[in-house]
Design a protein around this ligand. Structure first.
Ligand SMILES: Cc1ncc(C[n+]2csc(CCOP(=O)(O)OP(=O)(O)O)c2C)c(N)n1
Ligand SMILES: [Mg+2]
Length: 627
C-alpha cells in the first residue's frame, strides 16, 4: 500500500508546487519560484494558512493589487525565458476578477503564470456568501468563469481528489512552449481547508522538460528551397526567438546567408542593434529601413512571430507581387498564417538546421542587396542620432531626448520595461538594444500599468541588473500601487515618469482619425464644456515620494542626465520625474513609416472626420490578402 500524508487541499497544493522543476539545455530550475497573494475570505484560511505553514519551501510576496501581482509574475517569467513563473492567490469575488486583465496579458503574450483565485463554497451551505454572484439559471457559475476565455487551462477543484489531475495538467500547460499562458485553478474556500490523505508520491520532485522539437524533413526541404529561390528575403524575428534563446542561432543564420533581420516588439534585441544584419523594428512602429525592405521582399521569413497588425501594417506592408511567407514557429497555428509555408519547430532548432542546409549549398544573398540595406541602416542611424541629440541642454527635453539620455547611460546589463502610450512606438523605432533581453516591451496586450509591477518581477529574476520601468503620466496614474511593494521588499527598480499631461499617443491617433484629440488631455473642463483648460495640478513626483520612493525631479536635459545617472547608481527604489517639451505632439520621433488600421467614421458632419475618412479609404485600398 502506498503511504499517504494527511494535509489540507491548500497545503497539498503548496507542497506540490514547491517540488516542480523545469529543465532545458541541461539547466534545471524551480517552476514556481514564489507565490504572490492578497488575502481575503476565500484564501485567507486555506491557501494563506498553507503558505504560512510551508514558508520554508514556498516564498510569499505581498502585493497591492491582484492585476499587478500577475504582471509581476509575468515580468519574472519573461525574464526567465518562460522556464519559471510565480503563482498568484486571491480572495473570492473582486480579488479574483481583478486577475482577468493580467491573465489576458499572459495568455496573449504566451507567458506562463499560475492563478489561484478563491471560489465560492463547493458545499454551498449558505448561498449567497459575501461577494458571490448569483445566476438564477446556472447554479454552477461563479465570477471565476470570467477567467476561462483568458486561461490556457482552467479547472475548479470541487473535491480534494480532483487536485491531483488538475495540478498535473496545470504544470503540463505552463511548461508547454506552444500552449503556455495563464493557468487558473479556482479553489472553493471550503475545499481549500478540507483535509485529505494524499499519496506520498504527489510530493516527490518532478522535472518538466521544456522541449525543443526539430523540423519535419519535408517542411525543412521546402523551406530551404524557398530561401534559395528568393532574391530579397527578410527575416521577421518575433518573441519566439527570445523564448527559445535562439539569438545566437539567428546571428549565425543571418551572418551565413546575408539575410537582413527586422524585429517585432517582442523580438527586438534578437540581434544586437549594431549587428550588420539588424535593420531594427518592423511595421507601423518600424524603421524606414525595415519597412522598405518589407515592401520589396519576395520572401518573408517569420521566426517565432504571430504577425500582429502592427507587424503587417494591417495587411499593407508586404505588398510585392508574389511575396511568400515562410513561418518558423513552434505553434502550427502561427506557422500557417498568411498562407505561409509552415516550418513547425523550436526557433533555435529550426534556425540551426536551416543554416546547416543553406551552408551546404553555399547559399548567400546577392552582394548588391547587402550594400542596399547596409547603406539604408546607416542613414537610419543618423536619424536616430539626430533625435537623441540635445544641442540645448538647458531646456525641457522632448520624449526622444529622454530616450536618448537613457540610451547614452545604459550598458548591456540594463533592462527597460514598457508597455503602453507613445513610448513603445518610439522605443521600437529608436532604441538600441545592447543585449538579448534588454528590451522588455509588452506589446501583445499593451497594458497600461504593466510597467512598474513587471519591473519588480524582472528585478527579482535579475537582481544584479538595473531595471527601468518607463511610464507615461496616464500609465502611472492607472497603476502606481506596486511602488509600495518595491519599497517594502527593497527591490531597487528605477521608475522613469514621463509627464505630458495626458494621453499623447491616443491624442495623436485621435487627431489622425478625425477625433480632434477628444478626451485625451488631462486638463480642466473649460466653459465650452471640453477639457481644454489648464493642465491639472497633479504632482506625480510627490505622489511617488508619498509611496516611499526616492524621487529625482529633472527640468532640463542636463538635469535629466544627472538624475538618470544617480538613479542608476542607487540601491533603493528610485524615481526620475521629467516633464517633456510638447504636450500635444507625441515625441519628436521620425513619423510612422507604415499604416495601422483604426476605422474612421464613415459619416460625420465635422470636416476633420470627413477628411480622415478619405485618407482611410485610400489606405484600405492598398491592403493585400495573402492567399
Ligand atoms: C489598461 C489600458 N487602458 C487603455 C489603454 C489604451 N491606451 C493606450 S495608450 C493610452 C494613453 C497612455 O497615456 P500615457 O501613459 O500618459 O502615455 P502617452 O500616450 O502620453 O505617451 C491609452 C489610454 C491601454 N493600452 N491600456
Ligand atoms: Mg502622457
Amino acid at each position: 500500500m502506498t503511504s499517504t500524508t494527511r494535509l489540507t487541499v491548500a497545503q497539498a497544493l503548496v507542497r506540490f508546487l514547491a517540488a516542480q522543476y523545469t529543465e532545458r539545455d541541461g539547466v534545471r530550475r524551480r517552476l514556481i519560484g514564489a507565490t504572490w497573494g492578497i488575502f481575503g475570505h476565500g484564501n485567507v484560511a486555506g491557501v494563506g494558512q498553507a503558505l504560512l505553514e510551508y514558508g520554508g519551501v514556498m516564498p510569499y510576496h505581498q502585493g497591492r493589487n491582484e492585476q499587478a501581482m500577475v504582471h509581476a509574475a509575468v515580468g519574472w517569467a519573461r525574464q526567465c525565458d518562460r522556464l519559471s513563473t510565480h503563482a498568484v492567490t486571491t480572495s473570492i469575488g473582486p480579488g479574483a476578477t481583478n486577475l482577468v486583465t493580467g491573465a489576458a496579458l499572459a495568455t496573449v503574450n504566451r507567458l506562463p503564470v499560475l492563478l489561484l483565485p478563491g471560489d465560492v463554497f463547493a458545499t454551498r451551505p449558505a448561498d449567497p456568501v459575501l461577494q458571490q454572484l448569483e445566476v438564477p439559471h446556472a447554479g454552477d457559475t461563479s465570477v471565476n468563469d470570467c477567467l476561462r476565455p483568458v486561461s490556457k487551462y482552467f479547472d475548479r477543484i470541487t473535491r480534494p481528489e480532483a487536485l491531483i489531475p488538475a495540478v498535473l495538467q496545470a504544470m503540463r500547460v505552463l511548461t508547454d512552449p506552444v500552449e503556455t499562458g495563464a493557468v487558473t485553478l479556482a479553489l472553493p474556500q471550503d475545499v481549500q481547508a478540507e483535509a485529505h490523505d494524499w499519496p506520498q508520491d504527489l510530493f516527490a520532485e518532478r522535472t518538466w522538460t521544456v522541449r525543443r522539437p526539430g523540423p519535419d524533413p519535408v517542411e525543412l526541404a521546402e523551406a530551404v528551397q524557398a530561401i534559395r529561390a528568393a532574391r530579397r528575403p527578410l527575416v521577421v524575428a518575433g518573441g519566439g526567438v527570445h523564448h527559445s534563446r535562439a539569438e545566437d542561432a539567428l546571428a549565425e543564420f543571418a551572418g551565413t546567408t546575408g539575410i537582413p533581420v527586422a524585429s517585432t516588439q517582442a523580438g527586438k534585441g534578437s540581434l544586437r542593434w549594431d549587428h550588420p544584419q539588424d535593420v531594427g523594428g518592423i511595421g507601423h512602429t518600424g524603421t524606414a529601413t525595415a519597412d522598405e525592405l518589407a515592401r520589396t521582399a519576395d520572401l518573408v521569413i517569420g521566426v517565432g512571430t504571430r504577425y500582429t497588425d502592427f507587424t503587417t501594417a494591417s495587411g499593407t506592408l508586404f505588398i510585392r507581387d508574389g511575396v511568400r511567407f515562410l513561418n518558423l514557429n513552434i505553434a502550427p497555428f502561427d506557422g500557417h498564417k498568411l498562407s505561409g509555408l509552415p516550418l513547425v519547430a523550436d526557433a533555435r532548432s529550426g534556425l540551426e538546421e536551416l543554416t546547416e542546409a543553406l551552408e551546404m549549398h553555399g547559399h548567400r544573398v546577392e552582394p548588391a542587396y547587402v550594400v542596399e540595406y547596409t547603406e539604408d541602416k546607416e542613414r537610419w542611424e543618423q536619424r536616430v542620432d539626430a533625435c537623441f541629440d540635445a544641442d540645448e541642454p538647458d531646456i525641457r527635453p522632448t520624449q526622444t531626448q529622454v530616450i536618448g539620455a537613457l540610451d547614452a547611460l545604459v550598458d548591456e546589463s540594463d533592462v527597460i520595461v514598457n508597455a503602453a502610450g507613445s513610448l513603445p512606438g518610439d522605443l521600437h523605432r529608436l532604441w538600441r538594444s545592447r543585449s538579448r533581453d534588454q528590451y522588455h516591451v509588452e506589446y501583445g496586450y499593451s497594458c497600461m500599468g504593466y510597467e512598474i509591477p513587471a519591473a519588480i518581477g524582472v528585478k527579482m529574476a535579475a537582481p544584479d541588473r538595473a531595471v527601468w520601468a518607463l511610464v507615461g503620466d496616464g500609465t502611472y496614474l492607472m497603476m502606481p500601487t506596486e511602488i509600495v511593494t518595491a519599497v517594502q521588499e527593497g527591490i531597487a527598480i528605477k521608475v522613469l515618469i514621463v509627464q505630458n499631461h495626458g494621453y499623447a499617443s491616443i491624442g495623436g491617433l485621435s487627431e489622425s482619425v478625425g477625433g480632434e484629440r477628444f478626451g485625451t488631455a488631462y486638463r480642466y473642463r473649460s466653459e465650452d464644456g471640453a477639457y481644454t483648460g489648464a493642465p491639472l495640478p497633479v504632482d506625480l513626483a510627490a505622489n511617488a515620494a508619498s509611496l516611499g520612493m526616492r524621487v529625482l525631479r529633472a527640468k532640463t536635459v542636463r538635469d535629466l542626465r544627472r538624475a538618470l545617472a544617480e538613479a542608476r547608481a542607487a540601491d533603493t527604489p528610485t524615481c526620475v520625474y521629467v516633464e517633456t517639451q510638447t504636450a500635444d505632439t507625441v515625441s519628436g520621433a521620425p513619423g510612422t513609416q507604415a499604416w495601422w488600421d483604426v476605422p474612421v467614421a464613415e459619416t460625420a458632419t465635422r470636416s476633420s472626420a470627413v477628411k480622415a475618412r478619405e485618407e482611410y479609404d485610400r489606405h484600405v485600398s492598398t491592403r493585400r490578402r495573402h492567399l
